[in-house]
Design a protein around this ligand. Structure first.
Ligand code: THU
Length: 160
């Protein structure tokens, strides 16, 4: 038996420490989140996905009375970008969760399913996606989803 440590690297910022471009991506995520359809959880999430050409694609959570039929903000943005701009590489995503119209104090991490889709996106476009997880107290930045999903599943696990 061997115990192995896995360190993850991330950066923490206050909003005013970020550069204007990153602040703008977070602001866009806040605005997209206002369009969320969340009558069941009352938790509205916005995602702003920046592409290599500067285009920003939005996503917000879409819930359903048949709960599993809904979709998270992050996957709405990722799948929408892949539909509209399949050949343009995604480079960064900001994610903001809001309750009662106010962003959460602590950063919101994508759920496991969204981490998996971000991972596949990184493989597909052969480029890491920076993630900005917004909280009023602090903003966490990781330069790849691999920091949050070190044992990601992918086609290699199927010996492909
Ligand atoms: N949700 C997201 O859209 N993104 C996340 O990162 C976490 C959770 C949504 C799903 C559901 O509509 C609501 O937030 C409560 O879980």
């Amino acid at each position: 038996m061997q115990k192995v440590n896995c360190n993850i690297e991330f950066e923490e910022y206050r909003y005013d420490e970020l550069n204007a471009e990153d602040r703008e991506l977070i602001d866009r995520a806040v605005r997209f989140g206002k369009n969320a359809y969340a009558p069941y959880s009352h938790f509205k999430v916005g995602a702003a996905l920046k592409l290599e050409n500067g285009e920003v694609i939005g996503g917000c959570n879409q819930e359903n009375a048949a709960y599993p039929s809904g979709l998270c903000a992050e996957r709405v943005a990722l799948f929408s970008a892949a539909t509209q701009y399949p050949d343009i590489t995604p480079v960064a995503m900001a994610i903001v969760g809001c309750r009662d119209g106010k962003p959460t104090e602590e950063p919101l991490s994508p759920c496991g399913a969204c981490l998996q889709v971000i991972h596949e996106t990184e493989l597909r476009y052969k480029r890491p996606v920076s993630l900005f997880l917004y909280g009023k107290e602090r903003i966490i930045k990781v330069t790849s989803v691999r920091s949050l999903l070190p044992f990601a599943f992918d086609a290699k696990n199927m010996n492909k």
